[in-house]
Design a binder for this molecule. Structure first.
Ligand SMILES: [Zn+2]
Length: 595
């Protein structure tokens, strides 16, 4: 850019500009020596800093103008100009073209007084809005004439909790949320139940999420049919269970109480272990005998059984293992007259997290030959996909996109300080959780916008490939510039709304329109990448792609891509005729015109 013009005066440099630039850079900076890849923004800021140092000799015209002072908006609170940002002899070349100021305002929630700080910037680093939801498939387990499994696609909040998911499932399945049991069910059995306070991030990661509705508490007189389709609204409105079913039963009134059992059938061992048939939810008396429990489980499986079952030998067809108890592996004993009264069952109920009804997870372990004899080769249940599965996958599969304006809105969004960061309000004299808001106070002629594509989450950095749509012409910065005389501060002056403000701080432009003249693109990932550039040639007004030594024309429509990393805008007024590149004005060595 600028350097190209500066270096272009030297014939050797003109022949091999990239090599010459690299030589000069490595002479002055150890960090950019060698061929390792560096961050383009880091390099750009280093370059601007060096140019600020080396080309700082100001013209007499600039010296007489003196350094730019931060504007005063008349509001209460501190207003400071950061030290060491002005060239001692006046503005440097870099300052006069690239530098402007932003204001950070801290407002006390109690006295509403505002405290302002002004800082210079050479580049605006804009956050990219993140997608707020992700697609999560949940298999609804519906108990009609026989078990039915319908997988629905949900757009769940990325930062939500399991409670949010439970509400969504409840709406989808038209059942009360407190009746919904959410569990991860893997091909090897029940993995875990999900409780309300858990973050939703991990839900469904280890195994598919299933949502169960317990059978009604009283069988007699209760309609056995549950919603036939989760997505089709029923004319009679939400279907509610009889009132007796809506509060959980008295669980520990053994042996009279009834408890909810979530049960999977598995066969095989080790790597061959796999579940088969539908996962079940049963409501059983605590005092039930082993034989009765086994009969009730078989009754639920009658749809997949081959003919009648005659128990052999001891009468136990399978072993029942308790999952999630305090002991790693607890089996209920067929010899126990009341196996569900085992203390481990009580412990499991106590360990049940908040959310749906308390329940116990059990695995019925079958030996392979018994399973083959009674069920044949059946595997897992057949799950039907609702249309929403495809819809949500499509909606979330498309890569995310946003506008540059949305990035600016996020940048200037008001945020409340965290309790730990509370700031001592000079008026209230006590720590307050003030609200912080960034806004641009002045604008530079050359506006460099860095899109924060590299994101740190915990230990990991990753790259956002969001398409940020930015205008090539007429970027209007007016909405992002701080309004003089905002609430909390006094008006700078009084003028009728139809008159232009007369007393703007020095350097405040009336022209907020910018045109793009270059884009720095980053291709690849965090691990390795490649930089290219799109630049608008000021002579022919066309866009070109610069990829190492390859230069070719690009259409304007191709300039905005998912790789855009740093955007270079010039103020339309500063460009003069509107087509000329700002750098030509340097050749004329004319001092910057005052607004
Ligand atoms: Zn206060």
């Amino acid at each position: 850019m600028v350097l190209g013009w500066v270096l272009g005066k030297n014939p050797f440099i003109r022949a091999r500009p990239a090599r010459a630039l690299q030589n000069i850079v490595s002479k002055h900076s150890s960090q950019f020596r060698g061929n390792a890849q560096h961050d383009a923004l880091e390099f750009l800021l280093w370059l601007l800093d060096r140019m600020h140092e080396d080309l700082g000799a100001a013209s007499p015209a600039q010296q007489s103008r003196g350094p730019t002072q931060p504007g005063k908006d008349g509001s209460s609170g501190a207003s400071r100009s950061p030290p060491g940002t002005q060239h001692p002899r006046g503005q440097s070349f870099v300052q006069s073209h690239f530098q402007a100021q932003y204001r950070s305002s801290l407002t006390c929630p109690h006295c509403l007084k505002q405290s302002n700080t002004f800082d210079p910037f050479l580049c605006i680093s804009l956050p990219i809005p993140l997608r707020q939801t992700r697609a999560l498939n949940v298999t609804l387990v519906l108990q009609c004439e026989r078990w039915r499994f319908v997988r629905v696609g949900l757009a769940v909040p990325l930062l939500g909790t399991v409670a949010d998911l439970r509400e969504m499932v409840a709406r989808h399945g038209r059942v009360p949320a407190e009746q919904v049991i959410l569990a991860e069910v893997s091909p090897r059995g029940l993995l875990r139940s999900l409780s309300d306070p858990e973050a939703l991030r991990a839900a469904g990661e280890a195994a598919p999420v299933y949502a169960f509705q317990p059978p009604p508490a009283r069988r007699a007189g209760c309609p056995r049919s549950l919603p036939t389709s989760p997505a089709v609204p029923r004319p009679e409105g939400p279907r509610l269970l009889p009132s007796a079913a809506r509060s959980s039963d008295c669980l520990h009134r053994a042996p009279g109480g009834r408890i909810l059992l979530l049960l999977c059938n598995t066969a095989g061992t080790g790597l061959q272990l796999s579940r088969f048939g539908p996962p079940l939810v049963l409501r059983e008396e605590r005092g039930v005998s082993w034989e009765q429990l086994q009969q009730n489980i078989l009754a639920q499986l009658r749809g997949v059984l081959r003919g009648e079952v005659r128990p052999q030998g001891s009468g136990a067809l399978f072993r029942i293992r308790l999952a999630g108890g305090s002991a790693p592996c607890t089996y209920l004993s067929p010899q126990d007259p009341r196996p569900l009264c085992h203390p481990a069952i009580d412990r499991a109920l106590q360990l049940c997290g908040a959310g749906g009804p308390p329940h116990v997870r059990l695995t019925a372990e079958w030996d392979t030959s018994t399973k083959e004899r009674l069920f044949g080769s059946i595997q897992e249940e057949v799950v039907q996909d609702a249309e929403s599965v495809r819809q949500q996958q499509q909606a979330h599969g498309q890569q995310h996109s946003c506008t540059l304006d949305e990035c600016f809105q996020l940048y200037t969004k008001e945020e409340q300080l965290a309790p730990d960061d509370a700031w001592r309000c000079p008026h209230c004299k006590v720590p307050q959780q003030g609200t912080v808001k960034l806004s641009l106070w002045t604008l530079p002629d050359i506006l460099i916008i860095h899109l924060k594509r590299f994101r740190q989450v915990a230990e990991q950095r990753h790259k956002l490939t969001t398409l940020v749509r930015f205008p090539l012409r007429g970027l209007d910065m007016a909405p992002h510039v701080a309004q003089r005389g905002q609430p909390g501060g006094q008006l700078l002056g009084r003028w009728a709304p139809w008159q232009p403000p007369l007393c703007l701080p020095p350097g405040c432009p009336r022209d907020h329109l910018y045109d793009l003249y270059a884009v720095c693109n980053h291709h690849g990932s965090m691990q390795g990448g490649h930089y290219t550039a799109f630049c608008c040639n000021a002579l022919d007004g066309r866009w070109y792609s610069y990829d190492d030594s390859r230069v070719e024309g690009v259409r304007e429509a191709e300039v905005s891509t998912r790789s855009a990393y740093i955007l270079f805008y010039q103020r339309r007024r500063a460009a003069g005729s509107g087509t000329g590149h700002w750098v030509f004005r340097l050749a004329a060595a004319e001092p910057r015109a005052d607004p």
